[in-house]
Design a binder for this molecule. Structure first.
Ligand code: NAP
Length: 294
């Protein structure tokens, strides 16, 4: 069978972990495939699109997760809901868009033994936060509090989630909060799960946390979508407070594994994905010249 060709398109893409993860997943699946980085400069997506159709599939990262949609022939239900695509399957010249971040998020929680069906506090209302909010509501969370810098900007998301919950007969109380009020009132509330969907704490600004230790102290488990560094300030606060702390690399591995399933039907044992996660953290730390955590 000829080698299948896959790619990641985005800008910039040089430091992406995707080639490392996808190469290992293709090897584990026994699929002969190449996976290359396609750095598409701003304004050049239209001229790149015809070449993408000839691939077996591709991933999309910032800034093209929305911009790619007009070039596709079909979208799966979740990608249509989010208006965002990170995986495309090409078959017979037809390109279908999917989003696999939600699968990655659920994998990360499951592999740490954390239920997505508890009360949740979500920080941020951007792309990753939307996906995680959807999965939490869909999983049966009884309440979801979304904290945003400008809560009024998150109102359309709250409404969409409430409508989705209503259509599916799910009872989830969805509220909006400002970060300032969250800090003032944290002492009065408790959540099963705190989810960070903001980039706060991400390399190179690693010295900050989106919320204080007081807020972290009111949550049983903490998940941070940020994966670089693997232990963010937020996760350090969680660990020091004796909470279950789940890092974003597991989400990255889970979304990559789901992309493989879409492309070639492969499924990977949970233990293999956990091991891949540890390897990916080591690889990332190596490429950033960091020491391993003990
Ligand atoms: P995005 O669409 O730009 O959304 C970022 C969100 O964070 C927005 O709601 C933004 O609020 C908020 N925010 C930004 N800076 C903030 C600050 N200083 N304080 C409070 N809120 C702030 O970004 P994204 O694509 O969702 O990515 C968010 C993070 O998730 C990134 O670190 C990304 O690497 C990570 N991520 C990880 C995975 C994974 O697989 N682990 C997957 C996707 C994303 P405003 O609207 O007020 O700006």
């Amino acid at each position: 069978m000829p080698e299948q060709e896959y790619a990641l398109i985005g800008h910039p893409v040089a430091h992406s972990m995707s080639p490392f993860l996808q190469a290992r997943l293709f090897a584990a699946a026994g699929v002969q495939a190449s996976y290359r980085l396609l750095d598409v400069p701003p304004g050049r997506l239209a001229e790149t699109a015809p070449a993408l159709r000839k691939l077996s599939g591709f991933n999309i990262t910032i800034p093209y997760k929305q911009e790619i949609i007009p070039f596709l022939d079909a979208l799966d239900e979740k990608a249509a809901f989010f208006g965002s695509v990170n995986t495309v399957r090409c078959e017979g010249g037809r390109m279908t868009g999917y989003t696999t971040d939600g699968d990655g998020f659920l994998f990360a929680l499951q592999s740490a033994g954390v239920s997505p069906a508890g009360s949740a506090l979500l920080l941020g209302a951007g792309g990753a936060a939307r996906v995680m909010a959807y999965e939490l509501v869909q999983a049966g969370a009884p309440s979801l509090c979304i904290a945003a810098r400008s809560p009024e900007k998150a109102e359309p998301l709250r409404r969409e989630l409430a409508a989705m919950a209503g259509r599916r007969g799910l009872a989830c109380e969805i509220t909006l909060e400002s970060f300032a009020r969250l800090e003032q009132t944290a002492g009065a509330r408790r959540w099963d799960l705190l989810v960070n969907g903001t980039p706060v704490g991400m390399h190179p600004k690693t010295g900050c946390s989106p919320v204080s230790a007081a807020v972290v102290g009111r949550c049983a488990a903490v998940f941070d979508a940020v994966y670089n560094p693997d232990e963010t300030m937020l996760l350090r606060l969680a660990r020091e407070a004796g909470k279950t702390a789940v890092h974003g690399m597991a989400m990255l591995v889970g979304q990559a594994a789901k992309a493989q399933h879409i492309w070639n039907g492969s499924r990977f044992p949970r233990e293999f994905q956990r091991q891949l996660c540890a390897e990916a953290v080591a690889e990332m730390n190596r490429s950033f010249g960091r020491e391993e955590h003990p």
